[in-house]
Design a protein around this ligand. Structure first.
Ligand code: ATP
Ligand code: MG
Length: 446
């Protein structure tokens, strides 16, 4: 993409309403544009990152054997009356009426909708477990929308649901999602701590929040610091392994978010010098809640003994739009964002320092088309701005690698390569550039 064609409305000033760094950087780098409180449009740069995160989440759900579906954003109130949550949910739910004056709502979550799909189609234990997920916009009329996309009113969530014959089977599904979440966050370069959590109004007995440590996090978290170095080679764990054992390795360490925290338990389980209290951002949440919805909504199956049994369910969420902000919170410096390669909006930023010079333009055009031929997603700054503007813009938007072409390239026949994260600079002869590109592609340096 040529920057001259790319819609990148960067801001010079930090918007005063943006309290935390991720919100400031997302606004400054033109990733989002506010529509109303807690509701945003996603502009090209932001949308590319959102899609990359979405695709990692999707890929890991598919690998775990979960089926992708797409449920509507608008749901009938009747389903929520059946489960009893229509009244319980309160003011966070956006309630609407259609022209027939039927009560509808904009989905804040989908337990009811998915249970309805399940009960219409699955009648026998032989079809269990059933694992379904979708990636869809949610609306919750949060009391205090803030921190940009971190606590929005409209936000993108991956929510999955499991249906099993009994509690033991349900636990197996729960472990599967537990492992898939560790894999998902690891792939994004995040260290997410699974924290024992309160099950809240949703009920049940198994619940973990996945939290990343960040000063700007909204929840207080308490944990045994050794969990940070727990590495059970999560990317290699196959789903047909004994997953309970892997989950147990994490559960051996005391962890708790604020609602569940108990000081005496903390002291009894964790030596003082291993006790850590911090702030965290919740990026995922998994629950198992037994037959709460299946009983209320009559979702039952025929067992092998020919009896009817209510299915045991779990639900599993990941905040996809929140992750965009959370990744920035954990990866930035004073100049701007530093994207982990896998979620970066482009692989390489190509900077033409003198677009009035025909020779330099020719070199840049060659490099640009070669990179495109190699399927490298490159943002080519071909604009007429001065070098200072170009450098600070490229640093702000945080692409992992920059290639800089200017007068020096003509003199020395060398391209300057700058790594955004380390600041490391090196020079490569123009004719050696194709080899260099092959190397960095292989080593996943981009
Ligand atoms: P929180 O405790 O942050 O309010 P929650 O417990 O209400 O979140 P869940 O119902 O567990 O959230 O939703 C699953 C995931 O969706 C959360 O882990 C979070 O990453 C994301 N999420 C929830 N609410 C919001 C929001 N208002 N804006 C952006 N993402 C959100
Ligand atoms: Mg939660």
């Amino acid at each position: 993409m040529r920057l001259s064609n790319f819609f990148l409305p960067v801001l010079k000033e930090t918007p005063s309403e943006a309290e935390i760094i991720s919100h400031q950087l997302m606004m400054r780098s033109g990733m989002i544009s506010q529509s109303s409180s807690g509701i945003y449009s996603w502009l090209p740069l932001g949308l590319k990152v959102l899609k990359k995160i979405e695709n990692i989440v999707r890929d890991e759900q598919n690998k775990a054997g979960v089926n992708e579906i797409l449920m509507p954003t608008i749901q009938p109130a009747d389903l929520w009356k059946e489960s009893g949550r229509y009244d319980d949910y309160g003011k966070e739910m956006l309630r609407i009426q259609d022209r027939q004056e039927r009560e509808m709502l904009y989905g804040p979550t989908n337990e009811e909708q998915v249970t309805d799909i399940f009960r219409r189609s699955i009648k026998s234990y032989k079809d269990l477990p059933t694992l379904l997920y979708h990636i869809q916009w949610k609306f919750r009329d949060e009391l205090r929308p803030r921190f940009g996309v971190m606590r929005g009113r409209e936000f993108l969530m991956k929510d999955a649901y499991s249906f099993d014959l009994d509690h033991d089977e349900c636990k197996k599904s729960y472990y599967k999602f537990f492992i898939s979440y560790l894999k998902t966050f690891r792939r994004m370069g995040l260290k997410a701590i699974p924290m024992a959590a309160e099950t809240g109004p949703i009920g049940g007995d198994l619940s973990h929040e996945f939290v990343i440590i960040s000063e700007t996090g909204e929840s207080d978290i308490y944990f045994d610091k050794r969990i940070l170095s727990e590495d059970s080679k999560i990317e290699d764990v196959a789903y047909d392994n004994d997953l309970e054992q892997v989950v147990q390795q994490y559960n051996n360490y005391y962890t708790a978010s604020d609602e569940k925290f108990d000081q005496t338990e903390f002291d009894n389980n964790v030596a003082k010098d291993q006790q850590t209290k911090s702030k965290g951002i919740e990026v995922g949440h998994i629950f198992s809640f037994g037959t709460k919805y299946s009983e209320a909504m009559k979702a039952n199956v025929l067992t092998s003994e020919g009896k009817q049994a209510y299915v045991h369910m779990g639900s599993y969420g990941i905040g996809i739009s929140r992750l965009v902000g959370a990744i920035i919170e954990s990866s930035h410096d004073t100049k701007g964002i530093i994207w982990p390669n896998v979620v970066s909006p482009f692989d390489i930023g190509l900077i033409n320092l003198k677009s009035s010079d025909e020779k330099i333009n020719n070199i840049c055009n060659d490099i640009y088309s070669n990179l495109l031929n190699e399927n490298v997603d490159v943002l080519y700054d071909d604009k007429k701005d001065n070098p200072g503007v170009k450098f600070s813009k490229m640093d702000l938007i945080g692409l992992p690698l920059q290639m800089i072409i200017g007068n020096k390239t003509i003199e020395t026949n060398e391209v300057e390569i700058k790594y955004r994260k380390s600041g490391e600079v090196k020079y490569i002869k123009v004719e050696n550039l194709p080899n260099f590109v092959q190397e960095i592609k292989k080593s996943s340096a981009i």
